[in-house]
Design a protein around this ligand. Structure first.
Ligand SMILES: [Ca+2]
Ligand SMILES: [Ca+2]
Length: 93
């Protein structure tokens, strides 16, 4: 009874195509922060942001020098660096 298998296969294929693709959501500071906060403790440490601009700016972002970034520290730091027009040689703005 290959007919049944073939029909089932067609049904599965149709179902896959029927799913609407999810549009790419803009990454907000909060979403980026949450995505990097692997252990979900509400703070970012250096090990959680390898290869990012946040890693390079970690010391300046970490205003209370406790070795980790709260969302508030990250947000303020991010705004400061982006507002400076990419002075760290990032986007060339
Ligand atoms: Ca964390
Ligand atoms: Ca801190």
């Amino acid at each position: 009874m290959k007919f049944t298998v073939l029909t089932l296969g067609l049904l599965l294929t149709s179902a896959a195509f029927a799913q609407a693709p999810t549009p790419p959501a803009p990454t907000t500071a909060q979403e980026w922060f949450d995505g990097k906060d692997v252990n979900e403790d509400g703070f970012l440490v250096l090990e959680e942001v390898p290869g990012t601009r946040t890693e390079g700016n970690f010391d300046s972002f970490d205003t209370d020098k406790d070795g980790k970034l709260s969302f508030e520290e990250y947000r303020i730091g991010r705004e400061a660096t982006e507002g400076a027009g990419g002075g760290m040689g990032g986007m060339g703005g």
